[in-house]
Design a protein around this ligand. Structure first.
Ligand SMILES: NC(=O)c1ccc[n+]([C@@H]2O[C@H](COP(=O)([O-])OP(=O)(O)OC[C@H]3O[C@@H](n4cnc5c(N)ncnc54)[C@H](OP(=O)(O)O)[C@@H]3O)[C@@H](O)[C@H]2O)c1
Length: 243
């Protein structure tokens, strides 16, 4: 049976690179995005999906008809800033706190990946000896509570910390109901995409990664990571990040 990979947020900088890397690794890839991709490949199927629960439900229905076995899932959606609506800009101080920004960031960074992790369970669950399936959600080191020394970026930090807690809780339930599945919260490092673009000026030399480099690292980690019933919170080097 063909190994199929699912990439959600396939038109983002990192999402696109992950799609390409998985195609190079001979996966059949289902790419999900709000807009169609400008990539053609015989093993690539693009599906459109907005960010509502109804859209995700309808996509899950389509995915049940897949012939291949889903063995890699990458959730690459996320938001840090946008022109709007609503306008999002990382907050520097408490006076910048805006409920709409907090809610939108939480919806995209926490609720959206949470819905996918919840709704994919019936499609990928198996018993202990079943072929493994690895789900990686793009988190961020700034979602670490222990690592937060600089402050700021309230909405982004909080929504990524909430994502980590959701994934940790889901990993506990998956370990009971889907013993073949591994969950991973992944920090790519500062990567040259639209998301990091306004904040790249102070990145030390050699520390701004290409999406292709990050995609290779992530796919490599997903190949090796053991199915141990735990959530791993790992950076691009495969090193654990404190919670
Ligand atoms: N770049 C970095 O330095 C960096 C560092 C740490 C963590 N990360 C994380 O890595 C992930 C990917 O980021 P990126 O750098 O590739 O950024 P990007 O190029 O801006 O891509 C953002 C992704 O989020 C999705 N998205 C944004 N707004 C959305 C909305 N309203 N509804 C549904 N989907 C939405 C987009 O999906 P579509 O495909 O539908 O457009 C796109 O895939 C994010 O979770 C980010 O937090 C990035």
């Amino acid at each position: 049976m063909t190994d199929t990979a699912l990439v959600i947020g396939a038109n983002g900088g990192i999402g696109r690179a992950v799609v390409n890397e998985l195609l190079q690794q001979q996966y059949s890839v289902v790419a999900i995005s709000r807009k169609s991709m400008d990539v053609q490949h015989p093993e690539l199927q693009c599906l459109l999906c907005d960010s509502t629960e109804a859209d995700i439900d309808s996509l899950i229905q389509t995915l049940t008809e897949l012939k291949g076995r889903l063995s890699r899932i990458v959730i690459a959606t996320g938001v840090l800033h946008q022109a709007g609506p609503p306008t999002l800009a990382p907050e520097k101080r408490l006076e910048d706190i805006d409920p709409e920004q907090l809610m939108h960031s939480t919806y995209i960074n926490t609720v959206l990946p949470a819905m996918w992790v919840a709704k994919l369970l019936p499609l990928i669950k198996g018993s202990k000896g079943s072929p493994r399936c690895v789900i990686a959600a793009l988190s961020a080191r700034v979602g670490s509570i222990g690592d937060n020394r600089l402050g700021g970026w309230y909405s982004y930090r909080s929504s990524k910390a909430a994502l980590n807690m959701f994934l940790k809780t889901a990993a506990i339930e998956y370990s009971r109901r889907a013993k073949n599945v591994k969950l991973l919260a992944f920090h790519p490092g500062t990567t040259d995409t639209t998301l990091s673009q306004p904040f790249q000026a102070n990145v030390p030399e050699g520390k701004l990664f290409t999406p292709e480099f990050v995609a290779q690292k992530l796919v490599g980690i997903m190949d090796k990571v053991p199915v141990d019933g735990e959530l791993s919170y790992l950076d691009w080097q495969g090193e654990s990040i404190e919670w």
